[in-house]
Design a protein around this ligand. Sequence first.
Ligand SMILES: Nc1ncnc2c1ncn2[C@@H]1O[C@H](COP(=O)(O)OP(=O)(O)O)[C@@H](O)[C@H]1O
Ligand SMILES: [Mg+2]
Length: 511
Amino acid sequence: MNGLGTVISTEDSPTTLEYSFVLEEKSPVKKGQFVQTTSEEGIVFGYVAEITRANRYFERAESVAEYEKEAPVSSHFPIKSWEYAVAQVRVLGRMEKMGERFMQQRVSLPPSPGTPVVSADESLLKDFVGFMDNGLMLGKLQNHDVEARIDLTRLFQKHLAILAQSGAGKSHLASVMLEELLDRRLEDGRIATVIIDIHGEYSGFKRDPSYGRRVRVVNGSEICIPFRQLTPGMFSSWFPEVSGVGRNELGKILREMSSQEKNERRLFGITDLIKRVEGSSIRKNVQEPILRALYELKSINLISQSKESPAFRKQVIPGEMLVLDLSDLEDMRKKKLIVSYAANRLFKLRMKGQVPPVFLLVEEAHNFAPEKAKMAHNPSKSIIEKIAREGRKFGICLGVVSQRPVNLSTTTLSQCNTHVLLRVTNPNDLKHIEESAEGIDSRMARSITSLKVGEGIIVGEAVRYPIFVEIRDRKSRKFEKGKPLHLQAIEYESAASKTDEEDEEELEAFL
Ligand SMILES: Nc1ncnc2c1ncn2[C@@H]1O[C@H](COP(=O)(O)OP(=O)(O)O)[C@@H](O)[C@H]1O
Ligand SMILES: [Mg+2]
């Protein structure tokens, strides 16, 4: 444990909330570091909120200016030996030994002036911040030699938001979390993971020699929903322009078809449904919106006769990961319908206990649960908000990743009890984050802009105090769809010159 300095008496400290200490010479203290001192009550924990330096020789501007006219002040006085530094500490709590364990308590007495201050004891610090030995190892606590091992339940049960600007390391962090989930041992409790992968960033796990076996990737174009899963409720949330009457009529037809399927042992599809609606006696003004919706549904090629891909019931497996790679789809509407279906299906299966507890990670979540959107344009919003509100009871945990927190549904964001914040510089986004992340103080908010790639702040349920973490490297193989621009350009030109040569050869042959 490093000695750092000594508590001093100032006009308004030490108190139970803060104190200052003068640094020992060459004291290695850093802003943001956790430190400890003692009072009659026991060990008092705090963090260094700021460090100031002072030197009496430089206090009076006019004297400094006067001396400097002739020669530097240092040539007149032993200035170095008069410099000192003071660290201001925000008190966080105290640790009291109860039997074998240390318990966290409130501080009701300040430390006395003159008490030594030392760097926080690392094993106590782990308890204090709330790390668990079997937690997810996301990296290292900044300024300390302590692994950031976050408790699984505290991180996921009440949902998680990873917010930062593009390129700050959101997907990297998500991948680190996924590695930890895949590596988890049975006795520590393993959950399943389903990922809505917009850019095809997670399919690399499939090719990784150590993770591949526990990963399934389904491409967007292969995803299909069996006709029997189509319910009037789902239909009306996807196509709100269909009236209540329309929904009832559709319900009747679907029920008829379903009993016919059972009795006659046959399968129907969306084309059969369209025929039935067309041939029905439903009033024109009710029938037309239903048909328009059905034609649209047919055209996006999502409903199959009986195949479900992925088969959620079979493919959502503890300790394994199912990636829905939507990067091959262009149609945003189709992506939203897929997310809506997948989230609804997981919710229902979880309610019935037919799949294990599951972590649903949604990349680019602002597209699927936007703050401002009409239902018609965002069929996935209501289910994401529902999972955010009620998922915890059923063991379905939501992880939202977004570079546009301002556009993300506030209902969803406010239900995410843990926020991991990486670098953000846009002032609007910053303001929004500050308002939505409970427990983030203005000091932390200010430092979000100066975070480097790979550094993050964790606030909320997962930790007892907001912490700065250096996210670890990935163990898994990184795989990016889309080559760097310069390689694409080279490839294009070499392909183009080949075609030119071929054209010429063909021409010669012809002549
Ligand atoms: N903790 C880290 N350690 C090493 N490299 C990182 C780290 N975080 C991010 N990177 C790298 O920075 C780049 C951007 O990260 P990425 O996760 O794709 O950002 P985002 O998803 O926020 O747009 C990637 O090349 C990634 O490998
Ligand atoms: Mg990303």
